[in-house]
Every structure is written in C-alpha cells, then in structure tokens.
Design a protein around this ligand. Structure first.
Ligand SMILES: [Zn+2]
Length: 478
C-alpha cells in the first residue's frame, strides 16, 4: 500500500511539474496565493488508493446514486458488532485441542487467543456474517438489495454497517400518512414487527455466564436467552466523552445517540424540527438500543436496526456511517499545512507530495485484524448492485462489481484505466445494434452489459452513474 502511494506521488510530480524541480517553497507560495485547488487535485489523484478517505468518498457517491435510483422505500439500516472475546465456536478454532468450554473459560485466555490469532478472528467474523446474512437475514427480512461495509474501531474490533431494501414493505409518504389514520396504523404495525426497544425482562438478574459464551446446545430457555442478550448487549449504559458525549451548538454536553430516551407505551411517528418524520418506538427502558429479536438472538453480539422513513434520512446515514473513513481524520488541508510547515523549504516537492499521500492513507492505526482482512483478500464492501460509470467526455465505461473489483477481476483502484485504449461510452452507444435504436444511453447501460462486443441483458438493473453530472442550468429545457 505504502509503496503504491509512493509511486503515485512520483507520477503526480512528473505529470504536473515537468522537470520535477519545484520545491516546497514553491508549493507554499502556490497555497498562500490561494491555490487551494492544488491540494484537491493531489487528493483526487490518489483516489485509486484503497481504504483512504478518497476511496470511501467514491463509495459514498456510488451509494448515493444507488439510493436515488432504487428509492428509499423499504430501506433499513443495521449494524453488527463482534463478540470475538466470547463466541465459543471461534475460541474452539484457536484452541483445537480443547473441547469443553469450561476449560477455555478465563477471560485472559480468550483475550490472548484473539491477540495471537487475528487472522482467525478476522476470517471467522467475515464467514459468520456472510452465512448469517445470506442464509438467514436476507430471507427473513425479504431483502432485494443491500450494501454493506466492514469497519474497524480504534482498538481494532470490527463491525458491519449495512443498508438493505425490503421487498414488500409499505410505502411511506409522510404528508399523506399524517392525514390518514389507516396508513399510519399500517406503518406503525410494520415498524413494530421489525424493530423493538422493549426489554421483556426489565428486572432480570445479571447472568453469571455471558450469554455470548453459550453454544446453542447450552441455551435452555429461548426467552430467557433473549432477555440476557438484551441486558448484556443492547443497553447504552455508559455515556462517556470518548464515545458518545458531544457538545452541541449551545455549548451543552449531550449523548449523540440521544440517550436516555423517553418512555412510551406506543410506537408513533412525529415531525422533527425540520418537518421530517421521526420515529419514537415503544420502550420500557430509556437505554435500550433498537434491534430485531432474530437479528440479536441469531447474531449474538451487539446489533442495531433503524427503519428509514425519508430519503433525507437515507442520505444522512450514508454520510454518517456508510462512507466514513476512520478514525476521525484530520481535515486534508490541515495535514497539508502541517506537512508544509514541517518541511524544509529547500527540499524537493516529491517528498512533500509523497508524505501527503502517505498521510492520507496512514494517519490512523491499522489493527491486526484489519490487516488480516485485507491479506485474506476479503473485500471492504459488498453491494447487490453493479455500478457502471459513464464519463461522457472521454474515458471508457468502467464496470464495478458490488465487491469493488472490476470486470477483469483486478482490484479496483489500479491506474489501468489511463492505459486503456477502449472506446468511450458515447462511441459505444452510437455504434449500438439496431435492436437498441430506441434506448437512451442511460437505459442501455441500466439493463445491459457489453461482453466481448455483445450486449447481454443483466439479471437486475445496474446503477448507472453519468459523469459529468447533467447540469439543469446548462441544459435548460430539453
Ligand atoms: Zn451516550
């Protein structure tokens, strides 16, 4: 990764400063003279580098286009965390000679297991999620589309953020619903069947064994198991400045997840301060995280679930979770200034630009599990949709499978596009066979894919992304 970053830094210098002789003071001058675009240009150049801010920005735009194309009806957001310090099946893999859970019991032993075997932990999480998602959730929640990504927190523990679209969900039209009791009742019923913040065992005693350490044969009472999982995993118990306490605009400190929450017997939807629908779920405890019983009991680690009530909320979510680069990175211009301030003005610019690219990749801790995930070749995100990028100006159309690799099976992000001599998207469209005479360029790429010169119909619609975006101002009335 670092090597490729360095190479790309070199290419940038070669292409933009022909003799490669520009030095840091020249760059400092360009910046102080107000050429803020220069930094942007360098960053855009690094777009091909996986896992950087730019990588996730590109995903954000794709996902935004996907949501706009498939619509926000029936969308849900959900999260799956890990319980890798507890899951008995995982620890069995790390200590194959032991068979009984009693012998592997010490917390210290389990922690050592995880530290010594990040590759197993990483593989196991991915496999477990894949199986649970595809064999259970997809069926049970009737998902027709989805997009999910892996993310690692500071201390290295992994979780998955996902957006799914349900097949037979009732349509949400907030303005209509406010006027129509039946529509509202239907919607509330649907939401209550999907997500809950009720703890059926509010006074249950804290269990001796952590429920995530039980194997399926050890679970005797289904309801009691569910209650134990809620009490152990689904309570937002510790608000702390490091995790969730933020200062709001008026200077007051508050939990950013807005805990504690109000008690209410009935689920209802109301206008928020922006006139957007806001869901308030029935709850008997102010700290329960929203979830679905099957999701929690099947997955057996902390989970989260939120139905999407508006396109506004969908786009907010993408901004907040789906495309976040991690951890809270210093703003790019700050990094750039920092590098320039620390640099020797006599130094050649190559080093500065290399430093800049490296910083954008590596200004964060990368956990052992995250590195193992990458070494195992597991993609960072998955999507049920294929993305087609049509740059009308010049570049050949680029097909991206939902796992981030292109049709050649290469890792997405290599610089190969610039070396291709393929025809532009527009040229290919103009030369389309007669049977597609009536198709617009959008419709053709939406439903078909060009394979070895032949247009083949796709099983599901692609997400077509046209660049540059058609501007309503410039195009005027058509
Ligand atoms: Zn909090």
């Amino acid at each position: 990764m670092r090597w490729r970053t360095l190479q790309e830094g070199k290419i940038y210098v070669k292409q933009n400063f022909k003799d490669g002789q520009i030095d840091v003071s020249d760059i400092q001058e360009i910046i102080t003279n107000g050429d803020k675009q220069m930094a942007d240009r360098i960053m855009r150049y690094g777009e091909g580098l996986c896992r950087t801010r730019q990588f996730w920005m590109a995903r954000r735009y794709e996902l935004t286009d996907m949501i706009k194309q498939i619509g926000h009806q029936g969308l849900i957001f959900f999260t799956f965390s890990t319980a890798d310090l507890h899951w008995p099946e995982l620890h069995k893999l790390m200590q194959p000679e032991r068979h009984s859970s009693e012998e592997t019991d010490s917390a210290k032993q389990r922690q050592n297991n995880i530290i010594k075997n990040p590759h197993i932990a990483s593989w196991f999480f991915h496999k477990r999620f894949e199986i649970f998602f595809h064999d259970v959730l997809k069926e049970y929640w009737e998902l027709e589309d989805w997009w999910y990504r892996y993310e690692w927190q500071h201390r290295g523990s992994v979780h998955v953020h996902e957006i799914g679209k349900r097949r037979n969900a009732p349509t949400i039209n907030w303005n209509q619903m406010k006027e129509n009791e039946n529509l509202m009742k239907n919607m509330i019923q649907y939401i209550d069947s999907m997500v809950t913040t009720i703890n059926p065992g509010i006074f249950a005693t804290i269990p001796q064994i952590h429920p995530c350490q039980k194997s399926s044969s050890e679970i005797e009472d289904d309801l009691q198991d569910y209650i134990e999982l809620i009490n152990k995993l689904q309570r937002h118990t510790r608000c702390s400045p490091l995790y969730c306490i933020r200062r709001n605009k008026s200077g007051q400190e508050a939990c950013r997840f807005r805990f504690p929450k109000e008690h209410t017997d009935q689920t209802f939807i109301r206008d928020d301060i922006h006139g957007q629908p806001e869901l308030v779920t029935a709850r008997n405890n102010p700290y329960i995280n929203p979830h679905n019983r099957l999701q929690l009991q099947g997955w057996r680690a902390n989970v989260d679930l939120k139905p999407v009530l508006s396109i506004h909320a969908a786009l907010q979510y993408i901004l907040k979770y789906a495309s976040k680069s991690e951890p809270r990175s210093t703003a790019f211009s700050e990094i750039f200034n920092e590098i320039l301030n620390k640099s020797n003005p006599e130094a050649a610019s190559l080093t500065s630009i290399q430093k800049l690219l490296i910083n954008s990749v590596a200004k964060r801790d990368i956990s052992a599990q995250e590195i193992c995930h990458l070494l195992l070749g597991i993609p960072l995100y998955h999507s049920s949709k294929v993305f087609v990028s049509l740059n009308i100006n010049e570049v050949a159309p680029r097909w991206l499978r939902g796992t981030g690799s292109n049709e050649d099976g290469e890792e997405f992000g290599s610089l190969n596009d610039s070396r291709r001599t393929t025809k532009s998207a527009l040229n290919i469209y103009w030369e389309r066979p007669e049977e597609f005479e009536e198709y617009s360029i959008f419709k053709l790429y939406l439903t078909h894919k060009l394979i070895n010169g032949v247009w083949k119909r796709c099983a599901t619609e692609n997400i077509v992304r046209i660049r540059p975006r058609p501007s309503p101002l410039r195009n005027g009335d058509q």
